[in-house]
Ligand binder design. Structure first.
Ligand SMILES: [Zn+2]
Length: 301
């Protein structure tokens, strides 16, 4: 596990926790006009405190705003290490999802030292776009969901062309759309490609260039092909997963996500026109991922 704070552009930093599998997520730090802006807050209290120490080492003061890219616990459990006093910002759909999920993620990996997490919900939400002033330039918070979840937000710095993609894109890690949408993810990736980013910080994995967006799209298009094959034969998502040849995608971290991803892909193929991101039985899908993996997937949180 390697944790690093790397300056990507003037006043824009990536906080990476590599290699970035289950619940080991990245963050971003921006020098805002009113103080540091933090993008996501890590999964455990000790990781959130290490992130806080890293931000404070910059000598720019206390975090003023926290942006949550989506409601998953590995991106929001650390909110309580920063707020109060920080104001937490997320998409309109995030608070209800945070309430619904609660601390449920912790029960999937009971052996992780989560610490005393108290959920801090967003104080400010927005529907499409919210801009924050930086010491130099502006950061645009853009809603691009449903993609990885129903409430995906990316942070885009137009001038240095740096994109914090949240979990809409994964770097060296299997994409995960069980709680979002395959079609929505493809649409989101196309939109992100149109931004013209030079540097992309994914929610998990190493900092990359824009080619990571193509890599994620390639996986999702393959996923749809596999799902179509299974649906045509009347297989369940798990049966489809067992018969799929992961090929080069097997080298991505957390390949068992194929099962959850196929749940979503099967649902979208068999009920075209239904609402993107509509709720699926997440617990069942996770149990099938455990089965597929031959045990609880590794989590280094
Ligand atoms: Zn996530």
């Amino acid at each position: 596990m390697t944790t690093a704070l790397t300056e990507l552009a003037d006043g824009a930093y990536a906080y990476t926790q590599e290699p970035g599998g289950w619940c080991v997520s990245n963050a971003g730090v921006l020098c805002g006009r009113d103080g540091p802006i933090l993008i996501d807050t890590a999964a455990t209290i000790s990781r959130a405190h290490a992130l806080r120490d890293a931000v404070e080492s910059l000598g720019k003061g206390t975090v003023r705003y926290v942006v949550n890219t989506h409601h998953h616990g590995d991106h929001i459990f650390g909110n309580c290490a920063f707020s109060p006093p920080a104001t937490v910002i997320a998409h309109d759909a995030a608070p209800a999802e945070i309430q619904k999920a609660g601390l449920g993620l912790q029960s999937l990996w009971p052996d992780v030292q989560w610490g005393e997490v108290s959920l801090v919900e967003p104080h400010v939400t927005f529907s499409d776009q919210l801009d924050l002033e930086l010491v130099s330039g502006t950061v645009q918070l853009l809603f691009v969901g449903p993609a990885h979840t129903t409430n995906d937000v990316v942070a885009w710095l137009p001038e240095p062309r740096v994109l914090f993609a949240g979990d809409v894109a994964m770097s060296g890690v299997t994409p995960f759309v069980l709680m979002g949408s395959v079609a929505g993810s493809l649409r989101a990736l196309a939109r992100l490609r149109g931004l013209g980013a030079r540097t992309v910080v994914c929610g998990h994995g190493k900092v990359s260039g824009p080619e990571v967006l193509d890599d994620n799209e390639e996986y999702l298009r393959w996923l749809l092909d596999v799902a179509r094959f299974g649906v045509e034969r009347g297989w369940t998502p798990l049966e489809t997963a067992h018969r799929a040849d992961l090929g080069a995608f097997a080298k991505l971290l957390d390949p068992e996500r194929i099962v959850g991803n196929l749940h979503r892909a099967h649902a979208e193929l068999t009920a075209p026109g239904s609402q993107l991101g509509a709720e699926l039985p997440v617990r069942t899908a996770f149990e099938e991922m455990v089965d597929f993996n031959g045990g609880l997937p590794r989590c280094d949180a």
